[in-house]
Design a protein around this ligand. Structure first.
Ligand code: SAM
Length: 162
């Protein structure tokens, strides 16, 4: 299991539930969290993604009772309740492309956090070098931390020939 998933898995034990997952998608995280006994609210802007998450609940009414799926925009939603733990996994936050959208989403999450609650943001730290496919020089080596082993590596980043 990837380190992020392991962390999200144990986070409710440490921080409590209900858990709000923002950008819940097809329920990859929220469904197993509910199966594990947590009360979860999964919010997503895409009805199609939510439909796929709901389909995973078809055979388990008791799990369905613990997972509420809500259509909403992470920059502007009001669930009229607060959570001890909010998670935003698999770079969902990085769907927001402007600083003002990002600020709105953080303010919205903050309004939904109980005092002393925790927001877990799982972000992708991109190799900008790889985003520029036309670059002619290889990227400089960069040290990265492997969070699962605690070891530091310096992977080689190549540029694909055109
Ligand atoms: C990469 S998926 C992650 C899904 C899930 N968290 C996971 O780990 O499998 C990103 C999700 O963010 C949702 N999303 C994108 N923009 C959003 C927004 N403004 N408000 C709510 N959800 C959004 C997408 O619909 C998509 O389901």
């Amino acid at each position: 299991m990837p380190a992020t998933l392991r962390f999200i898995w144990i986070a409710p034990r440490r921080f409590g539930d209900p858990v709000l997952e923002i950008g819940t998608g097809t329920g990859r995280i929220s469904v197993p969290l509910a199966i594990a006994g947590n009360e979860v609210v999964g919010l997503d802007i895409s009805p199609a993604m939510l439909e796929r998450a709901a389909a995973k609940l078809a055979d388990g009414p008791e799990v369905g009772a613990r997972l509420q799926l809500v259509e909403g925009d992470m920059t502007n939603f009001d669930l009229n309740r607060q959570f001890p733990l909010i998670v935003n996994t698999a770079r969902s936050f990085q769907h927001l492309l402007t600083p003002s959208q990002q600020r709105e989403a953080l303010q919205c999450a903050h309004r939904h956090l109980k005092p002393g609650g925790h927001l877990v943001l799982d972000l992708f730290d991109p190799y900008f070098e790889l985003l520029f496919a036309n670059a002619s020089t290889p990227a400089a080596p960069r040290e990265v931390l492997d969070v699962s082993s605690g070891r530091k590596n310096t992977p080689n980043v190549g540029i694909q020939a055109q």
